[in-house]
Structures are given as structure tokens and as C-alpha cells.
Write a protein that binds this ligand. Structure first.
Ligand SMILES: [Zn+2]
Ligand SMILES: [Zn+2]
Length: 100
């Protein structure tokens, strides 16, 4: 702190203090941003790749991909897997329980 330079008003010391606070504020923001990013990364990878909204709840056969919700499957312009472009011969709907 500034006790050493008590006789002389020390704007530089004050400036350092402000700088430190600014630094801490920025660090806090950076940490918050990182935390947010981690949260997104930790999301269960179970979201429909098309609407990014509904849980994936159907299996596309025969490629076997579970990549979209049944609604998006029905809305597909062509019956092709959005991941591998293989023709969809059949679709099995999964019964998903929402536990949370
Ligand atoms: Zn969807
Ligand atoms: Zn596929």
C-alpha cells in the first residue's frame, strides 16, 4: 500500500492500485468466460444435430446413427442420414425419459 510515500501524494501509487483492480476485474471476467465455455463443453452430447434443441430420439437404419430428433427426421427433404448421407431405410424411435 501507499504508507511509505505518505508525505508526498503519490498519483503513481494510486494508479497502480487502480491498475491492479482493473486487472483483477479482467481476470474475473476471463474466468467467468472460461467457466461458461466449460459448461457448454460439458453438456451431454445428446442434442439433435439439426435443430440443436430436441434430444436425439431416433435411430436411423441402417447406418445406425442416432443424430436427430424424430421431428427433424420427418422434416428431412430426403430420407438420408444428415451425418453420413446414407439412405434411411427405417427409423426406430427411442423412448427417452426426461429425468431432470
Ligand atoms: Zn431436431
Ligand atoms: Zn448415418
Amino acid at each position: 500500500n501507499c504508507n511509505m510515500t505518505e508525505t508526498i501524494p503519490s498519483p503513481s501509487c494510486f494508479g497502480q492500485e487502480q491498475e491492479r483492480r482493473e486487472f483483477e476485474r479482467l481476470m474475473g471476467e476471463a474466468l467467468n468466460a472460461t467457466g461458461l465455455k466449460d459448461g457448454q463443453d460439458n453438456q451431454p452430447d445428446n442434442t439433435c444435430v439439426i435443430c440443436l434443441n430436441q434430444p436425439r430420439n431416433c435411430v436411423l437404419l441402417y447406418c445406425g446413427h442416432v443424430c436427430c430428433c424424430f421431428r427433424c427426421y420427418q422434416a428431412l427433404p430426403q430420407p438420408r442420414c444428415p451425418v453420413c448421407r446414407q439412405a434411411i431405410i427405417r427409423v426406430v424411435q427411442l423412448l427417452t425419459e426426461v429425468t431432470s
